[in-house]
Ligand binder design. Sequence first.
Ligand code: GTP
Ligand code: ZN
Length: 205
Amino acid sequence: MAHDHLHDEDDDDLARGKEPVPHDVQEAIRTLIRWSGDDPAREGLLDTPKRVARAWKEYCQGYGEDPSAHLARQFEEVGGYNELVLLKDIPFQSHCEHHMAPIVGKAAIAYLPRHKVVGISKLARVLHAYARRLQIQERLTSEVAQCIWDALKPHGVAVVIEAQHGCMTGRGVRTPGVGMVTSRLIGTFLEDNRSRKEVLSLMGY
Ligand SMILES: Nc1nc2c(ncn2[C@@H]2O[C@H](COP(=O)(O)OP(=O)(O)OP(=O)(O)O)[C@@H](O)[C@H]2O)c(=O)[nH]1
Ligand SMILES: [Zn+2]
């Protein structure tokens, strides 16, 4: 019976430490394979719907995360340090919400602490929590900046993202090598010309 068969399949998945994939999700991917011009019943494609489904769960892991939770642990004792903190060349991957095509790039994140700092890895964690969703680069940029601004209440936040969009390289206009740059500056970095210049030049812009 089809139902028993499904059940066995789920047990096999669990035994292999894999999350079972609902039948309708697998069927959707089979439909996409057919639509693309191939036969989902051929040998090499039999397990593909499950792999694709699990891959998308991973690409979109950010939906299961509260990005601001990464900034909950803050350190007050910073030895009188009151200059900017900058993390640059943080590689990330995301997917565009228009084509679900890969967005691959790097981010620079800076803030000017007021009282508190966070562990630097946490800035990258915030970036990934937002990147692992369906995005447009503008929203990704401002969400990361706003999250740090709200959680740390620093004097300023600056986020600059440079990325290439799979939907521009592999399809559509098919123009590889184009970098899209977006920036979001808040507080001192927005209001004070000297601070803005300093942070952008430290970021390499
Ligand atoms: N602003 C912005 N646009 C994006 C991003 N990612 C993809 N796009 C663009 O979203 C647009 C969607 O345009 P549509 O005309 O609706 O879609 P389309 O017919 O597939 O467009 P083409 O890509 O030009 O073939 C395209 O111009 C994409 O290049 C992003 O992060 N930010
Ligand atoms: Zn796109």
